[in-house]
Design a protein around this ligand. Structure first.
Ligand code: HXC
Length: 257
């Protein structure tokens, strides 16, 4: 299908989605959010895709939800149209999604990056939840996910003041996994995604599911879940291939079975 607000490409086993509303710094309007969900669902279903990279432009990953679209809304319109729930298609996707963030990731843009599985940040990246300056609160998980990533004190300060965090502070506080020179960001994100996509797809997906469990349950339950999944791996041909390749001193050939 054709997209107006994003660009969608396949690079081998990696699905690449680029937010593409340059005139609005990739502000998330309902059309963009719909297209993003459709593209992510298609990559999730595509057996040849093992990992997804979500990126924006040099200047902005996304400068938030589209303020001009939201500005005239009253409560009923905001509630009925519900811009936010369709974004759940990002966090519900069962394949890994890497956010490659350069420039502004503000408001819904920061929240979108946090819905991904990990964030690689360019040294130009700036994260923030400026909603308070607009007379609202973060609505797509900012008060919850940011707090889990960076702790209460920093999340509270950012949500209450709207101040931005640069890439170095974001790495130091655990919001992003690594900072990369801006010119190398996409290449590095695609390299990391390629590496993940070369592993066994069911094992990759179950790894993601298990790490995500740590957010949603107690430690004891999470450990039990992980152990069951670990034992279940021994039903996969890829487990046999991976361990046999190690003992044979060769590279494994995973078949996703
Ligand atoms: C609509 C936006 C936008 C946004 C930027 N633009 N952000 N349009 N919604 N969130 C538009 C501007 O209006 C302008 O259009 C063009 O993009 C370029 O932006 P400038 O402001 O001229 O650029 P600059 O001076 O470089 O400043 C960059 C900026 C600033 C600091 C990122 O644009 C900014 O503060 N943007 C708003 C950030 C924000 O408050 N985000 C939170 C949104 S609320 P024109 O036509 O004038 O050239 C939110 C709630 C989430 O996200 C709820 C759940 C989804």
């Amino acid at each position: 299908m054709g997209y107006d607000n994003i660009r969608v490409e396949k690079r081998g086993k990696v699905g690449l989605i680029t937010l593409d509303r340059p005139k609005a710094l990739n502000a998330l309007n309902s059309a963009l959010i719909g297209e993003l969900g459709t593209a992510l669902d298609a990559f999730e279903k595509d057996e040849r895709i093992g990992c997804i990279v979500l990126t924006g432009s040099e200047k902005a990953f996304a400068a938030g939800a589209d303020i001009k679209e939201m500005q005239p809304h009253d409560f009923a319109k905001a509630y009925i149209d519900d811009l936010i729930t369709p974004l759940d298609r990002v966090s519900r996707n069962r394949k890994p999604i890497i956010a490659a963030v350069a420039g502004y990731a503000l408001g819904g843009g920061c929240e979108l990056a946090m819905m991904c599985d990990f964030i690689l940040a360019a040294d130009t990246a700036k994260f923030g939840q400026p909603e308070i300056t607009l007379g609202v609160i973060p609505g797509a998980g900012g008060t919850q996910r940011l707090t889990r990533f960076v702790g209460k004190s920093k999340a509270m300060e950012m949500c209450l003041t709207g101040r931005m965090m640069d890439a170095e502070e974001a790495e130091r506080s655990g919001l992003v996994s690594r900072v990369i020179p801006a010119n190398d960001l996409l290449e590095e994100a695609l390299k990391v995604a390629d590496k993940i996509a070369d592993f066994s797809l069911p094992v990759v997906m179950m790894t993601k599911e298990s790490v995500d469990r740590s957010y949603e349950t107690t430690l004891a339950e999470g450990i039990r879940f992980e152990r069951r999944v670990f034992h279940a791996m021994f039903a996969l041909e890829d487990q046999n291939e991976g361990m046999t390749a190690f003992t044979d001193k060769r590279k494994p050939q995973f078949t996703n079975k």
